[in-house]
Design a binder for this molecule. Structure first.
Ligand code: SF4
Length: 505
């Protein structure tokens, strides 16, 4: 069969994330005698009409579509145009964008959805189609039958070692961003490697996450990782091919101590510098000592809130104390730890935000930067189901299209007990307050562009709140209530006390 695998472009043109899963599909299908072309909208951006024309010109018999939920509008349009032009082409979709299967079946012209992990299911489906066999019984598929939608039982999850080896020749790597970010250059050896021409690359050493935060989409259960022998081969292969700086897109690399220790040991063995993700409940001196003495340049972790009620509502499984301790440890070790907060969880109010503001002043920041997001209940997440249950999403199509067209400042659903205008004013105030905390603690009074931008955004949101006089009054009352802890300096900590030799450029 002639197969096109298409990843739609995201709103942000990010050329750093490489679609390894598409490469795996290709590596599995081609030895079976099929011809596979990968078209990644992140590096080949086109209009939807142009993607359709590409598929028509190439005379593909099957088109595999996928991406995150923000691709819905493009997928809907592509499937309509494609079916109008050539109805016999089989459209198969998977990934986050298909999280609400009945809705996708109703509102797009996709023929088949792959539920969950795709490698085994797509191979079985393509083979059945190519041989003209019935495919309806294949595990892991959803499809229309008469007026119904059939969802077959799930296919088994792969052992990660069953996946094909990484093969850099499967993707046009020259189109991706493999430049080395400054945070990797922590010592003389890292700088030497960068000058010698070594590049940066991201890949997934594990799949899944053992946690279930309510805002996070987890369509594949369990936490699985490659065994040591395979990882050893991968690290050697990447280093031999000029990649010495790896972003390991593991959802929580510390979730399994054996896997984490393996990564550390192999990184040092192969002279590879790395960055990955963790959670505050794993950030201890023991973990950071192990990571940083084995070429780790950073472990990112989202604190989300400094209010326990909100952390519990998110099912985050962490405490405010753990958040503060993890951030302070990050400071003592000199890690790059941007503050990541989520506002607007179910029940958020002025008091819970006051606690989060207090938390912003209770730790030593490593960076003059905060990511303060307002909760978006992405399809497939527990928060999406909650929004449906509460009637906060009345029209699923408008909601999905809203995610496609939304700019970052827009809100899709408001779970909080505050008006949308007030929530946005607090969002921008938290940006400003983090910047103030940074400046007070580190005694730096930079009035740089980024600080002025945050002030401007806050001023705009604050003025818009004037249209709601009662909320404007309460906002100011709470704003002043927060000021007392500005001068409540947490115990002094020493920046990079633990690894003083390290210095990023
Ligand atoms: S937010 Fe992080 S820890 Fe929570 S479920 Fe998602 S990946 Fe796991």
């Amino acid at each position: 069969m002639k197969i096109l695998l298409l990843r739609f472009p995201l709103r942000e043109q990010n050329r750093f994330t490489i679609p390894w899963h598409l490469a795996f599909f290709k590596q599995i299908l081609e030895p079976m005698g099929h011809q596979v072309v990968i078209l990644d909208g992140q590096v080949d951006p086109m209009s939807t009409e142009q993607y359709v024309q590409y598929a028509l010109d190439g005379e593909f018999e099957l088109v595999g579509l996928g991406g995150i939920a923000t691709c819905f509008g493009k997928m809907q349009k592509f499937s309509r145009l494609m079916k109008e032009a050539r109805p016999e082409v089989t459209l198969v979709a998977g990934g986050h964008v298909t999280a609400d299967i009945p809705f996708i079946m109703e509102k797009t012209r996709v023929d088949i959805i792959i539920n969950g992990e795709g490698e085994l299911v797509l191979a079985n489906l393509v083979q059945a189609l190519a041989e003209g066999r019935d495919w309806q019984g294949i595990k892991g598929l959803s499809y229309r039958a008469g007026g119904d939608i059939v969802r077959n039982p799930d296919e088994r999850l792969l052992d990660m070692d069953e996946l094909p080896d990484l093969d850099l020749s499967q993707l046009p790597l020259e189109k991706y961003d493999t430049s080395v970010p400054g945070y990797f250059l922590v010592d003389d050896e890292a700088r030497r490697l960068e000058q010698a021409g070594y590049k940066a690359l991201h890949f997934f050493p594990a799949r899944g996450c053992p946690y279930r935060c309510t805002f996070c989409y987890r369509h594949i259960p369990k936490y699985r990782y490659y065994k040591r022998e395979k990882l050893d081969r991968m690290f050697a292969y990447l280093k031999d091919n000029g990649f010495a700086f790896l972003v390991l897109s593991d959802e929580c690399i510390t979730a399994n101590r054996k896997h984490f220790t393996t990564i550390c040991e192999l990184a040092r063995k192969h002279g590879i510098y790395w960055l990955s993700n963790s959670r505050v409940n794993y950030i201890t001196e023991d973990v950071l000592d192990l990571a940083l003495s084995h070429n780790c340049v950073g472990l990112k972790y989202g604190v989300e809130s400094f209010d326990q009620q909100m952390l519990d509502a998110m099912k985050k499984g962490t405490t405010v104390r753990q958040n503060i301790d993890a951030l302070n440890l990050g400071y003592r070790y000199g890690l790059v730890v941007p503050l990541q907060l989520i506002l607007g969880t179910d029940g958020e109010n002025r008091d819970t935000i006051l606690n989060t503001r207090r938390g912003v002043w209770s730790y030593w920041p490593t960076e003059d930067q905060a990511n303060v997001a307002i909760l978006n209940p992405y399809p497939g997440t527990p928060d999406y189901l909650l929004a449906l249950e509460k009637g906060l999403i009345q029209d699923k199509e408008a909601f999905h299209l809203g995610l496609t067209n939304q700019n970052k400042a827009e809100m899709s659903v408001n779970f909080s007990l505050l008006s949308e205008a007030e929530l946005k004013a607090w969002q921008w105030w938290l940006h400003v307050e983090q910047a103030l905390s940074y400046r007070v603690k580190l005694r730096t009074w930079r009035l740089d562009r980024s600080f002025r931008y945050r002030l401007r955004r806050f001023a705009g949101a604050y003025l818009r709140l004037l249209k709601e006089p009662a909320n404007f009054f309460q906002f100011n009352r709470y704003l002043l209530r927060g000021v007392d802890y500005w001068f409540d300096r947490p115990p002094v900590l020493q920046w990079r006390e633990k690894f003083p030799g390290r210095a990023t450029t």
